[in-house]
Design a protein around this ligand. Structure first.
Ligand SMILES: [Zn+2]
Length: 335
């Protein structure tokens, strides 16, 4: 554990690192989209703030404070998260865990740290916290996470230092997937690119059975389309879409990423990194068997883009999907 366990986020870590060199500020707002790692960074910062033998890599993992934080029983660490099954944090919990608690001196550490999910706070909850932010005791540090800083009251923001987390690089997301979750490298490449710099998205996809199954099914369907007859497209191919209607957005995205790779493969032989690297041979075989040009692939991809737009505009699902499948069949069979 320690700072180095938070992969990437150099700028955010640098800003939070100033907390350990000298008297810390009292309130930090960590912003960034869901899955970027705000809570992990806040918790790692909290552990370091409470640690009595803090190192250049953050918490020492050895001292009594670290043992308590690891066990989730540190008396000077308060975590306010949205309870399971609820939409927000109750104001009563803000009062009992923060407003009424803040004047009690730390019991073990030299600080008290409050890690708060700002997305769960309504205005009343924020106002309850605001009172403590106006005149915090010297030992208190607030680490508030929120997707978008505009969700917090200007009065809360003006008493806090904003630390924005930025999307990770593809290499960083890959490293999280392979080294931390043990995802095989060939699968990790796809998830890392699909997730667009948000490790949480990549992790969710990598851990979801349905997504990897869906991707395999979609790839199989697309590769079978050039040899399928019109009747089979309108029945069995469409019935797949009918069954997976709830995942239509993901399906169209997966198809778009397959076509992206096929366009690269037709234009430069595939020297570039492919999103679907594990499907390279299959894509190459479809391209060579049907003598596909980059224009064929682009027109097939245009059909997917048009279908996405039509579905957004609430056009009929069946006719939109069938039209798309027939256009894809026309291009991929090079008829
Ligand atoms: Zn420690």
């Amino acid at each position: 554990m320690g700072w180095s366990s938070v992969i990437g986020q150099k700028v955010a870590k640098h800003r939070l690192g100033t907390l350990f060199s000298g008297e810390p500020g009292h309130a930090y707002v960590l912003t960034g989209p869901t899955g970027i790692g705000k809570t992990m960074l806040a918790m790692e910062t909290a552990r370091a703030l409470l640690c009595s033998e803090v190192t250049s890599d953050g918490a020492c993992d050895q001292c009594a404070n670290c043992r308590y934080t690891a066990a989730g029983t540190h008396p000077d660490l308060r975590i306010l998260a949205i309870p399971d099954g609820e939409k927000g944090i109750r104001v009563a919990d803000v009062r009992s865990k923060v407003s009424s608690d803040i004047s009690i001196y730390p019991q073990i550490a030299t600080r008290k740290v409050y890690v708060i999910d700002g997305d769960g706070l309504n205005e009343e909850g924020q106002n309850a916290i605001l009172k403590t932010l106006e005149e915090p005791p010297s030992y208190a540090v607030f680490l508030i996470t929120v997707q978008d800083a505009s969700k917090l009251l200007p009065t809360v923001m003006s008493r806090s230092v904003t630390v924005a987390l930025s999307p990770n690089t593809e290499e960083e997301v890959l490293s999280i997937l392979t080294s931390r979750l043990g995802v095989p490298a060939k699968d990790a490449v796809f998830y890392a690119r699909y997730a667009n710099g948000i490790p949480g998205h990549a992790i969710n996809l990598a851990q979801s059975q349905w997504f990897s199954g869906l991707r395999e099914d979609v790839a199989g369907l697309i590769f079978s389309i050039p040899d399928a007859g019109k009747a089979s497209i309108l029945t069995s191919a469409y019935s797949f879409f009918e069954t997976e209607k709830d995942h239509c957005d993901e399906i169209l995205l997966i198809i778009g990423l397959i076509f992206r790779d096929m366009a690269f493969l037709t234009s430069d032989g595939g020297a570039v990194n492919l999103l679907n690297d594990d499907k390279r041979d299959k894509m190459k075989s479809v391209i060579s068997r049907h003598k596909l040009s980059v224009s064929n692939i682009r027109r097939a991809n245009d059909a997917v883009t048009r279908a996405s737009r039509s579905l957004l505009a609430n056009c009929s699902y069946e006719s939109t999907v069938c039209q798309m499948l027939l256009s894809i069949q026309k291009e991929l069979s090079n008829a």
